[in-house]
Structure formats: structure tokens, C-alpha cells
Design a binder for this molecule. Structure first.
Ligand code: FES
Ligand code: FES
Length: 140
């Protein structure tokens, strides 16, 4: 089926299967920052923003995002404050988890519990101290 949505700030149409997850549909559309690790909603590597809120691409049926606004890291401007904060804090090693952390961080507001907000994202390289430093720098 064909669905229409706003993808990274632009109107877009995606051909998706009725059983296809958003993670797969976005990767097939040339957006490799949306990553699969656990595929069961535990690691956060597949995080995207749906209408500004983080969701797991591996748990979201692609067909259900018709009419919604979906943002991946590819849609962020190079001057995005969260991107810059992660770079300046060197908040990554291999970078596999980084897109998911950045998109989760974009939804964190002043006064939010940062550790709790990041609790759905895992980093196998163990960069949590630097990630928290980056998020504190751009949220406060
Ligand atoms: S791949 Fe979706 S949460 Fe891990
Ligand atoms: S930087 Fe390697 S998994 Fe997080």
C-alpha cells in the first residue's frame, strides 16, 4: 500500500507492506541511520521522532504513520544543537547507538529527568557519561 507522510520535513510517499515495520520501510527508503539491533523495542537503536516524540521503528507498523511527521537523523540540520553537543562532548565510540540517542535527546525538555528519558536507549560501547554530558549541555 502507499502511504503519505512528512518525512524529514518534506512531503513523501512510501510503498509499504501491511506487515512491514517502520524501521524496515525507512531503511529501504535510503535512511540507514535507523538501525536494527534488538528488534523487540529494548535497545533504542531504531528510534525516530513521530510528531516530535521518540518511537521505536521496530515496534511501529509502517502503515500507521500515514499523515504523521517522521524525523530521522538524516533530517537534522548540521547546526542542530543536539548534534553539535554530541560532537563537542565526543559522546560516542562506534556510533551505532548515536542516532537513536540524538533523537531521544531532542524530545527532552528542561526539568526532565535526563537519565530516565534516555533509559530506553542502550550503548554497548558504554558512553553513557559522555552522552549524559552532551544532553545536559543542550537541554539546560
Ligand atoms: S531495534 Fe528497535 S528497540 Fe532495538
Ligand atoms: S557508541 Fe557504540 S554502541 Fe554506543
Amino acid at each position: 500500500m502507499k502511504i503519505e507522510l512528512v518525512l524529514n520535513g518534506r512531503p513523501a510517499a512510501l510503498d509499504v507492506r501491511s506487515d512491514e515495520m517502520l524501521l524496515e520501510a525507512l531503511r529501504r527508503s535510503g535512511l540507514p541511520s535507523v538501525r536494527e539491533t534488538c528488534a523487540i523495542g529494548v535497545c533504542g537503536a531504531c528510534t525516530v521522532l513521530m510528531d516530535g516524540e521518540p518511537v521505536s521503528g521496530c515496534l511501529t507498523l509502517a502503515a500507521t504513520v500515514a499523515g504523521r511527521e517522521i524525523t530521522t537523523v538524516e533530517g537534522l540540520d548540521a547546526s542542530d544543537p543536539v548534534l553539535r553537543a554530541f560532537n563537542e562532548a565526543h559522546a560516542f565510540q562506534c556510533g551505532w547507538c548515536t542516532p537513536g540517542f540524538i533523537l531521544t535527546a531532542k524530545a527532552i525538555r528542561p526539568g526532565d529527568d535526563i537519565r530516565a528519558a534516555l533509559g530506553g536507549n542502550l550503548c554497548r560501547c558504554g558512553c553513557y557519561v559522555k552522552i549524559e554530558e552532551a544532553v545536559r549541555a543542550c537541554v539546560s
